[in-house]
Design a protein around this ligand. Structure first.
Ligand SMILES: Cc1cc2nc3c(=O)[nH]c(=O)nc-3n(C[C@H](O)[C@H](O)[C@H](O)COP(=O)(O)OP(=O)(O)OC[C@H]3O[C@@H](n4cnc5c(N)ncnc54)[C@H](O)[C@@H]3O)c2cc1C
Length: 430
């Protein structure tokens, strides 16, 4: 776990405006459970809630508190889909798994909105759609092909030309793009803490400041050691994503944690507000090192992008995000930037999320490649079904062998090199 988070990225808009308490007691003594869930981000929270809804006893522990990781610090954009469009997914995974994955990814946002409605979670959730903006003619034609591909697999996207994109964004910077009507926005920390509350109401035992230090097995049950106690369980779900640390070294070596950072203004005046994303959409552009922006419920403008490992380059990235915001929307010139923060996303080698069985009875889902609000929630449900007894070959997502990344001991260098490569490809428009 990356526990000593640098102050450069520690304090988010979302923690400053959280409506629910994030205080959960530390585990002291032993807790018996059907399933122990380690990590209380969207993956673990959704898994624990779905287990409880199936009548199983789940104990959920987090090293810090629910929503402390990426789930409480992200852009709050509810994005749908996986790295490739439906045809690409089927080419890689075959028809059987491909179709299941397309359904899971296509319906992941429905699951988020359904959980919010069913459990009365107050997290400013809205569904105006997710814009994907093309910064080149090449990316425009790729996005329009993606929309056609989804049209043949249940639909969801509207193709936009330059003037339609300009109307929806308020900037002439893009050649057009697509509007994915399935997407939306929410307050991510309130969504996470609301899921925790819903879990607690449904019988999930939740503990904060309770890192899992070690997992051992005795007499057919697992024992998860924590600083002041232990969870004893039939099954274990590890939901630590980019914050996986020493608990399972090969697991943390299977993803590359990369910083993503964001900046937010203070609330904009009504007349400026109406000139930027007037219909309240979320937007990501189509760059490899993508930029993403939206407004929050109070009318702050939020801009995010990939950072790197060290604080100096992160600080430069923060300044760059502010500069780009003003280039896109000159009316932001002179506004006060109220918040700067970030967190770690987990990249995988194939840019798809992964589902693994680490040892019989110990499962994990991770690697959302920076797009996890919807899909991590859906992955949590898959993990819950698996832990509750559904066979691996009947799940909605394929279980694959765990493969540590080569040279993962040199993560920082790998991240810097990968970011340089992507920057170059973006610059060359390739
Ligand atoms: C700045 C930023 C912006 C993003 N923007 C978006 C966006 O707009 N839309 C989108 O879809 N996705 C976005 N993402 C990605 C998304 O937030 C993640 O994919 C998602 O939150 C991952 O959820 P998770 O539950 O798997 O992991 P996390 O939320 O990271 O949770 C992992 C948890 O595990 C805990 N933990 C770690 N080790 C231990 C241990 N040993 N014992 C107990 N607990 C442990 C941590 O404390 C942490 O709370 C963004 C990410 C970041 C960082």
């Amino acid at each position: 776990m990356i526990s000593n988070e640098t102050p450069v990225i520690a304090n988010s808009l979302w923690s400053a405006t959280a409506a629910y308490s994030s205080e959960y007691p530390q585990l002291v003594g032993e807790q018996q459970s059907d399933v122990a869930v380690i990590g209380a981000g969207f993956t673990g929270l959704s898994a624990a809630l779905h287990l409880a809804e199936q009548g199983l006893k789940a104990v959920l522990i987090d090293a810090q508190h629910p929503g402390w990781g990426a789930s409480g610090r992200n852009g709050g954009q509810i994005n749908v889909g996986l790295k490739d469009g439906p045809t690409g997914i089927k080419t890689k995974f075959g028809d059987l798994w491909g179709n299941r994955m397309i359904r899971m990814a296509g319906e992941a946002a429905d699951l988020v909105f359904d959980l919010i409605a069913r459990h009365g979670i107050e997290c400013d959730a809205k569904r105006p759609g997710w814009l994907r903006a093309a910064h080149t003619h090449k990316t425009l034609s790729e996005l329009h092909k993606l929309a056609e591909d989804w049209d043949n697999h249940g639909g969801g996207m509207i193709q936009l030309d330059q003037s339609e994109m300009q109307r929806l964004t308020g900037t002439e910077a893009y050649h057009g793009g697509v509007l994915d009507r399935r997407g939306g926005v929410l307050h991510p920390l309130n969504y996470a803490l609301g899921l925790a509350e819903a879990g607690r109401r449904n019988g999930v035992e939740i503990f904060g400041e309770t890192p899992a230090n070690q997992i051992t097995s005795e007499a057919g049950r697992f024992r998860i050691e924590t600083p002041k106690g232990a969870v004893i369980s039939e099954k274990v779900l590890i939901c630590t994503n980019a914050y996986s640390g020493d608990l399972h070294l090969r697991l943390s070596q299977s993803v590359l944690p990369v910083r993503s950072v964001q900046v937010a203004t203070s609330p904009l005046s009504d007349n400026v507000r109406q000139t930027i994303l007037p219909e309240g959409n979320a937007l990501s552009d189509a760059r490899r090192l993508l930029l993403y922006f939206r407004q929050d419920a109070e009318g702050r403008f939020l801009m995010g992008g990939r950072g790197t490992y060290n604080d100096n380059s992160t600080l430069k990235q923060i300044e760059r995000l502010k500069r780009i915001s003003v280039e896109l929307f000159p009316q932001l010139s002179g506004v006060q930037w109220e918040y700067e923060w970030g967190g770690f996303v987990a990249l995988t080698r194939d840019h798809y999320p992964h589902l693994h069985e680490l040892t019989p009875g110990v499962m994990t889902g991770l690697g959302y490649n920076g797009r996890g609000v919807a899909i991590a929630t859906a992955m949590g449900r898959v993990l819950a079904k698996w832990a509750a007894g559904t066979k691996a070959d009947e799940l909605e997502f394929p279980v694959t062998p765990l493969k540590p990344l080569p040279f993962s001991f040199a993560k920082e260098t790998l991240v810097e090199a990968e970011i340089l490569r992507l920057k170059l490809l973006d610059k060359l428009g390739l």
